[in-house]
Design a protein around this ligand. Structure first.
Ligand code: CP
Ligand code: NVA
Length: 305
């Protein structure tokens, strides 16, 4: 049995297999064909934080594959009404797979310790692997291949940028994080990313304009993630020079696309002109969350298409 806590859990070949399944399922859906490969399979969605994309794309995705999702919000009392051990052992008897969004990554790790079914990280403070799978799928669709493409993440070292850095390292893309020095990955985190990937081509810089000059994809995320609300004002000051706007996009090659995991704070990390501009792929990217997770579910539950 496998789990997906971060993309460190997958080999390059496994990520490629998931992307292949995702593209196949997306193409078949576009033709009106739906698989019933997960018929009568149940997915529990255990969420401590709000969500639109992750929740709905998992719910719709498993339904399109013949299965069923159960959304479990705070009222199930996970870790409060009873211990994580009791909760996990009981829940995993009822369902085939669990997707969990928790504040602390350690909470997810506890769930995994006691679960007898596969667990998928649906976002923690440490990583967001489902997002990165959809993101590389979007880049692959745009450029047909991933190898040697350059992804520049303008923002902080967070769950999304960490997952992207690992995805890039595993799939042969160059990854650059452009942001204030105090918000970059620490040496220890950088070493963890590099040692977990076959050929990591990983850089960090405070020079966003210089970084995007060779970018194929420019990516940003909110300056303060869920759980960091108290830092919002300070971060608005610290990231003021790191907005992805028309001026920054003008410093990038014309073919470069703009990506954002969403939800965005328009007017802060990105302007309306970029979000809604010709280089933006944010809507297709969000759509790919569902296709990527369908591929992931098929692979994780050991099914074949
Ligand atoms: N990108 C993402 O995970 O969105 P949600 O928080 O809406 O799920
Ligand atoms: N870094 C953001 C991503 C939201 C999808 C957060 O954790 O809030």
């Amino acid at each position: 049995m496998r789990h997906l806590l971060s993309l460190f859990d997958l080999t390059t070949d496994e990520i490629k297999q998931i992307l292949t399944y995702s593209l196949q399922l997306k193409a078949e859906l576009a033709e009106g064909n739906r698989h019933s490969v997960l018929a009568s399979h149940n997915l529990a969605l255990l969420f401590e934080k709000p969500s639109l994309r992750t929740r709905v794309s998992f719910e719709s995705g498993i339904s399109q594959l013949g299965g069923h999702a159960l959304f479990l919000g705070q009222e199930v009392g996970w870790g409060k009404r009873e211990s994580v051990k009791d909760f996990s052992e009981v829940l995993s008897q009822y369902v085939d797979v669990i997707a969990c969004r928790s504040y602390k990554h350690s909470t997810l790790e506890q769930l995994v310790e006691y679960s007898t079914v596969p667990v998928i990280n649906a976002l923690t403070d440490y990583s967001h692997p489902c997002q990165a799978l959809a993101d590389v799928l979007t880049i692959q669709e745009e450029f047909e291949s991933l190898e040697n493409r350059h992804l520049v993440f303008v923002g902080d070292a967070n769950n999304v940028s960490r997952s992207l850095a690992i995805a890039c390292g595993k799939l042969g893309l160059k990854f650059t994080l452009a942001g204030p020095a105090a918000y970059q990955f620490t040496d220890q985190e950088k070493t963890e990313i590099e040692s977990g990937c076959a050929v990591a081509n990983f850089e960090q810089t405070e020079d966003a304009v210089g970084a995007v000059a060779s970018a194929d994809a420019i990516y940003t995320d909110v300056w303060a993630s869920m759980g960091q609300e108290k830092e919002q004002k300070q971060r608005e000051q610290d990231f003021a020079d790191y907005q992805v706007n028309e001026s920054l996009m003008a410093a990038a090659p014309e073919h470069a696309i703009f990506l954002h995991c969403l939800p965005a704070k328009r007017g802060q990390e990105v302007t309306d002109a970029v979000m809604d501009g010709p280089q933006s792929r944010v809507v297709a990217q969000a759509g790919n969350r569902m296709h990527a997770q369908k591929g992931l579910l098929v692979w994780l539950l050991d099914k074949q298409l």
